[in-house]
Ligand binder design. Structure first.
Ligand code: SF4
Ligand code: SF4
Length: 279
């Protein structure tokens, strides 16, 4: 069973829930936690896992041969990322930060003036705590498009899943609804959306539920800090999207202390979710 832990909004306790649930599930069966928040991975810090580097992630990038270039501008026309600036009568200029390595320019150059080079865009790590297998990846600073790093992490995870035959795989996505979140969500059986009862929580929950509906992924809601704010805000959205609120985690001193220390929380609602998943 593969479950995404996601949420439209950052700071709702997504990583804390993901790590706590992963630890709970690892008591019940073979479990893997994949931290796909490649911009800011922190699950290993919460779990106090010392990560080991597995491999670097590279992306193709164009290399221009100006001896062959006829200044036709085709490469700039086909680049949907606007990563190639072309001014008539001049050689094209690459903006490396914008390039996502799609190879369109290399294929389209009529004069074979663009060859394939590569640049490092991220690193994949692994680790372990008790029975829990752990994978994460981190994007290089300055890389704008993170989905290739998420895809590389998921490809690596897929091989490991075949080897280990996990009972549970949890994928902790980035917050938001960007391409890297879509990459992390692809292929999951279900998604748990972590939110809080505030207008901003409601707004962002609506966005992630809309995305999950489009991707045809069944979704459930975990309401964090459930006893502050206005619960009705979330209940309305849950009803609209037919997404059940499966757990409510209160705003308690004990949990706050765990948050502030970056520790996984222990709460009966997390234990109950793990029990239901086991069943
Ligand atoms: S498509 Fe090829 S020939 Fe045309 S401007 Fe680009 S690199 Fe030069
Ligand atoms: S590889 Fe794709 S994104 Fe990069 S410059 Fe070429 S067309 Fe643009």
């Amino acid at each position: 069973m593969k479950i995404a832990i996601t949420g439209g909004k950052g700071g709702t306790g997504k990583s804390t829930v993901a790590t706590s649930l992963a630890l709970e599930l690892s008591k019940k069966g073979k479990t893997s936690l994949i931290d796909a928040d490649v911009d800011c991975p922190n699950d290993h810090l919460i779990l106090n896992i010392k990560r080991e580097k597995i491999k670097d992630v590279y992306q193709p990038t164009p290399k221009f041969n100006f001896k062959k270039c006829k200044k036709c501008g085709r490469c700039s026309e086909v680049c949907r990322e606007n990563a190639i600036v072309f001014v008539k009568g001049n050689y094209p200029i690459l903006i490396p930060e914008q390039c996502i390595g799609c190879s369109a320019c290399m294929i389209s150059c009529p004069y074979g003036a663009i060859s394939k080079s590569r640049k490092k865009i991220g690193t994949i790590y692994s680790g372990k705590i008790k029975n829990l297998d752990f994978l994460s990846a981190e994007t290089e600073i300055g890389v704008e498009e993170e989905s290739p790093v998420v895809n590389a992490l998921k490809d690596f995870a897929k091989n490991k899943e075949k080897e280990r035959n996990y009972d549970f795989v949890l994928i902790d996505t980035s917050p938001g609804t960007h391409c890297n979140v879509i990459s992390a969500l692809s292929g999951v059986d279900s998604a748990f959306c972590i939110t809080e009862p505030t207008p901003l929580g409601q707004h962002d929950l609506k966005l992630i539920l809309q995305l999950l509906e489009k991707l045809k992924i069944p979704s459930k809601i975990i309401l964090n800090r459930a006893d502050i704010g206005d619960k009705k805000l979330i209940q309305e959205i849950a009803k609209k999207f037919k997404a059940e609120i499966i757990a409510e985690i209160p705003y308690s001193k004990k949990i706050l202390k765990a948050y502030s220390k970056g520790l996984p929380i222990k709460h009966e609602s997390i234990e109950k979710i793990a029990e239901n998943l086991e069943k």
